[in-house]
Design a protein around this ligand. Structure first.
Ligand code: CP
Length: 306
């Protein structure tokens, strides 16, 4: 694996190897010096809390030198392009780049411009892909429900149209052979392309929830949304918000996930987000191990099984 840009064409064996390695790291195994002497730069042209910080922590735990590129004080303010920025930092000897950008395909375009010894990780590009979020979601689901995804009914709720998380989760769920994938959203928040191939699509949340084992709630991506796609946040919450009483339609041991950041009281209530079925903070915790596994795999040579 040279770069990690998408989960779409990642072979099943590679995906499982990354999850297995991340689980070893969660369990406390890991070589703290695996990336000693290697420099990594986080290059975020869009805001982030979880992804940026967990990549920084992951790289530091592996012994790498970490540079955190600050767009607001950089020469991009003088018009330097993202490509020239990458090539400039690469010339300093940096070998790994964690890149987030608001344009679809922009991270793949930068990867194509990078030198032969450089690895890029897509930390989220537009509405296209967020592969490490997909991996950490699969690790969290596997910990909660076991490795046999064929028995699982998974429901994805909300703004699929603008969600790179949903796309990466859908790629991974298909690769892992999820038994049933349901999607529930207002018609205005569903994509018109092939994103939902093979999914059962519904606009009625109570019906869609019946018997599901796992729910993935999505944030309303208002920064990517044209006016009028959602009539009001109150209406959205009434029709698509996850409340404790709604959650009772799901299987009794159903788990609730959300990639964050959460619009509390819009896509999910406090009671559910902070309740016993919520895995939200476990997702965040797993993010560090998943990102360590990805960095080791791309930059650290052969990864030992644990
Ligand atoms: N889930 C996620 O990507 O969160 P951040 O935007 O905070 O990185």
């Amino acid at each position: 694996l040279r770069h990690l840009l998408s989960l779409e064409h990642l072979p099943r064996a590679q995906l499982i190897a990354l999850l297995d390695r991340a689980q070893c790291l969660v369990d406390g195994e890991g070589d703290r010096a695996a990336l000693a002497g290697i420099a990594i730069c986080t290059l975020f042209f869009e805001a982030s809390t979880r992804t940026r910080l967990s990549f920084q922590l992951a790289a530091q735990r592996l012994g790498a030198d970490v540079l955190n590129f600050d767009v607001s004080t950089s020469s991009t303010r003088k018009g330097e392009t993202a490509r020239d920025t990458l090539r400039t930092i690469e010339a300093m000897g940096v070998r790994g780049f964690i890149v987030r950008d608001n344009e679809d395909g922009s991270v793949a375009a930068l990867a194509a411009a990078a030198g032969p010894g450089t690895a890029l990780v897509n930390a989220g590009d537009g509405r296209s892909d967020h592969p490490t979020q997909g991996l950490l979601d699969m690790l969290t689901l596997r910990q909660a429900k076991g490795a046999d995804f064929s028995r699982l009914k998974v429901l994805i709720v909300g703004d699929v149209k603008h969600s790179r998380v949903a796309r990466s989760d859908l790629h991974a769920l298909r690769t892992l052979g999820a038994g049933e994938i349901r999607v529930c959203a207002p018609p205005t928040l569903l994509p018109a392309d092939a994103t939902l191939a093979g999914c059962t699509v519904s606009h009625d949340l109570d019906a869609a929830l019946e018997g599901v084992d796992a729910l993935m709630m999505l944030r309303l991506q208002r920064e990517r949304m044209e006016e009028g796609l959602v009539s009001s946040l109150e209406d959205y919450h009434r029709d698509y918000g996850l409340t404790a009483s709604r959650l009772r339609h799901a299987a009794p041991d159903a788990v609730v996930m959300h990639p964050g950041p959460i619009n509390r009281g819009v896509e999910i209530t406090d009671e559910v987000a902070d309740g016993p079925q919520s895995l939200v903070l476990r997702q965040v915790r797993n993010g560090v191990a998943v990102r360590m596994a990805v960095l080791e795999t791309l930059l650290g040579g052969p990864v030992r099984p644990c």
